[in-house]
Write a protein that binds this ligand. Sequence first.
Ligand SMILES: *[C@@H]1O[C@H](CO)[C@@H](O)[C@H](O)[C@H]1NC(C)=O
Ligand SMILES: *[C@@H]1O[C@H](CO)[C@@H](O)[C@H](O)[C@H]1NC(C)=O
Ligand SMILES: *[C@@H]1O[C@H](CO)[C@@H](O)[C@H](O)[C@H]1NC(C)=O
Ligand SMILES: *[C@@H]1O[C@H](CO)[C@@H](O)[C@H](O)[C@H]1NC(C)=O
Ligand SMILES: *[C@@H]1O[C@H](CO)[C@@H](O)[C@H](O)[C@H]1NC(C)=O
Ligand SMILES: *[C@@H]1O[C@H](CO)[C@@H](O)[C@H](O)[C@H]1NC(C)=O
Ligand SMILES: *[C@@H]1O[C@H](CO)[C@@H](O)[C@H](O)[C@H]1NC(C)=O
Ligand SMILES: *[C@@H]1O[C@H](CO)[C@@H](O)[C@H](O)[C@H]1NC(C)=O
Ligand SMILES: *[C@@H]1O[C@H](CO)[C@@H](O)[C@H](O)[C@H]1NC(C)=O
Ligand SMILES: *[C@@H]1O[C@H](CO)[C@@H](O)[C@H](O)[C@H]1NC(C)=O
Length: 637
Amino acid sequence: MIGLSLCLVAVQRGLVLKLLLFKIAVFTTCFASHAHAVQPFFHDDESSALLQFKESFVISHTASRYKGAYPKVLQWNSETRNCCSWDGVECDEQTGNVIGLDLTSSCLFGSITSNSTLFSLRHIRMLSLADNNLNYSQIPAAIAQLSGLTYLNLSGSYFYGQVPFEISNMHTLSYLDLSHNYDPDTSEKFLQLKNPSLKTLVLNLTRLEVLYFSHINISSEVPHSFSNFTSLRRLLLEDCELHGAFPTKIFHLPNLQVLSVEFNENLSGHFPEFHERSTLLELGLDRTGFSGRLPSSIDKLNSLKILGISGCNFSGAIPHSLGKLANIAILALSENNFIGHIPSSFQNLTQLTLLFLHTNKITGSIPPWLGNLTKIKVLELSSNKLEGPIPQSISKLMNLHNLNLGANNLSGFLEFDMFLNMKSLTDLQLGFNNLSLVFGKTNTNATRSKFKLLGLDSCNLIEFPNFLGYQNELEWLHLVGNKIYGQIPKWMLNTSVDNLMALYIGSNFLTGFNQQSTVLPWVNLRLFDVSYNMLQGPLPIPPPSIQKFDVSNNKLNGEVSHLFCNMSSLYHFKLSNNNLSGMVPYCMGNSSNSLSVLSLGNNSFHGVIPQICSNSGSASSLRWIDLSHNKFQGQLP
Ligand SMILES: *[C@@H]1O[C@H](CO)[C@@H](O)[C@H](O)[C@H]1NC(C)=O
Ligand SMILES: *[C@@H]1O[C@H](CO)[C@@H](O)[C@H](O)[C@H]1NC(C)=O
Ligand SMILES: *[C@@H]1O[C@H](CO)[C@@H](O)[C@H](O)[C@H]1NC(C)=O
Ligand SMILES: *[C@@H]1O[C@H](CO)[C@@H](O)[C@H](O)[C@H]1NC(C)=O
Ligand SMILES: *[C@@H]1O[C@H](CO)[C@@H](O)[C@H](O)[C@H]1NC(C)=O
Ligand SMILES: *[C@@H]1O[C@H](CO)[C@@H](O)[C@H](O)[C@H]1NC(C)=O
Ligand SMILES: *[C@@H]1O[C@H](CO)[C@@H](O)[C@H](O)[C@H]1NC(C)=O
Ligand SMILES: *[C@@H]1O[C@H](CO)[C@@H](O)[C@H](O)[C@H]1NC(C)=O
Ligand SMILES: *[C@@H]1O[C@H](CO)[C@@H](O)[C@H](O)[C@H]1NC(C)=O
Ligand SMILES: *[C@@H]1O[C@H](CO)[C@@H](O)[C@H](O)[C@H]1NC(C)=O
């Protein structure tokens, strides 16, 4: 009803409705049902130009990546010559000229050149071809003929080559997005900024508010002139091969909300002192060469929601003042050289959802108040120097799905049952500490946690914990370096039969599989490591999905089955230091082009050496081979 009355008012006033930039559902519907009543004017030449532009493409549903993509131009046709009613087209309500063209995610596939009729739409102010496939076209220099453009979005559209100099003349631009013209699978960048350079290109674009150039090969320093771009709100230069020192003044831009230069490893820089409150909401410096200390004045960035500085060279203590950034939801300080304690001020960071502090030199204990930050989903504290016990309060984090406390100096008895009621927890890593896990009387088939990844290496286990028997979604299980002895129990061989992909149980005291069959039960197993145990009996047979198979340093005997010939993904095959005998299947040479590591040493194999290097045509992928201490005969292949 509201929609209808709004609509009538609008029609009475003879307004031509803006369909494009701020499309509101009620307006869209009402325009459709009253189209006959309104006679907005339009320009015939512009309709023709758009139709010709449409004809230069084919519609391909693989041309756009966005799931909701659809071909907007399908509905354009010469019967309704009024282009102002076409999907994606916006006209000026006074003059009837086309002023906006939004063909984002429109399944367009085809090339574009400077003679495209698109460039005759001289009144256009907003243009987006983002998320289509422009078939490695160069950005046409004629784009600068659209001299009134304030918004240009060519992101993710398979444009290729040098960004044309002419763009530097488009003084009116406020939004410029040329990002993501790259191969998302290989990260190969298609666009480059050599001549003109970034510095030259932006020289006169002083009205820029939003500049997204991520994944362009810029390969230069960040121009100092950016610090004069006082309108700049969002600057994204991620993965641009930037080098040199980042101009510190950019941090002080008065309207800056989002700044990210992550994944520019050769870009150096440091934090300035902040004297005034900042408007920054998101700051991304991950995987750059930024270094130095975090200044205490970082608390001036009090609007900050995301701070990412992982994988840099920061050092010193984490400043207490960081705990004053009460809006922070994502805090990533990992892979630096931070020392000292987790600041107690962090207990005020109640909005935290992701906290990454791993791979630093953080000391002290895990503070119990972490259990009060109940929005946390990911808590990554591994590879530090944390000591003492794991506080029971962690079990209050009901939203936690990923907890990694591995590779610290944590110690003491840990009641493992504290994790069994955390219904969101799927990834739990406690290994490589000095913990002793204690399993209580919890009815383990009623546990709420369904783990996908469990890392319990070096946790002083003497048997497979019973709760594992009920973990049918488990994909990764690491139990290396415990004291588990005897046969692998039958129930363990029924655990997560469909889902287990990786089983690491090396360096224990296992003696065998408690079953007749030597076929491993996990049908999707890819990584299997039982090295350094005391396994006896025949060689276990993994499923054909296997990639890495390491049974070295056991007491296995018997022969290598021909079934291994069918394991075409196997790249790492270690049987050394057992008591295996017979001939190695000849097929190990030809069928297994993927073999990279082949270790057969110190067994009793005899016969000819498999033709591992016979593929003279294709380069062998073998990197490591050990045949020593066997009874092989004949020539080396
Ligand atoms: C894409 O470019 C290739 C090579 O230039 C060309 O052969 C092909 O016809 C183009 N496809 C379309 C749909 O324009
Ligand atoms: C545009 O120019 C190309 C050659 O650069 C030509 O093949 C094509 O037919 C021209 N298209 C139009 C619409 O004039
Ligand atoms: C450009 O379009 C893409 C959609 O493909 C969007 O994600 C991005 O935010 C747009 N850029 C700007 C500056 O609006
Ligand atoms: C980026 O451009 C520079 C200079 O043009 C070139 O040396 C470098 O190989 C390019 N990098 C990539 C990843 O294309
Ligand atoms: C910023 O603008 C001022 C005034 O136009 C100019 O003097 C200065 O050189 C500019 N700074 C940079 C870094 O471009
Ligand atoms: C948490 O914030 C309150 C209010 O700003 C402050 O009084 C308190 O000292 C802070 N706590 C810590 C541990 O910094
Ligand atoms: C967690 O918060 C509660 C309620 O605010 C408080 O009583 C308790 O002391 C806090 N726990 C820790 C470990 O800080
Ligand atoms: C491991 O913890 C035990 C006590 O639980 C202690 O006796 C031992 O010294 C610790 N080992 C190391 C290497 O810290
Ligand atoms: C092994 O592969 C061959 C040929 O691909 C196939 O005929 C045979 O059934 C496979 N054997 C097993 C046990 O999968
Ligand atoms: C190795 O296996 C042979 C039989 O294949 C057996 O006679 C011998 O005792 C085994 N050696 C060891 C050390 O287990």
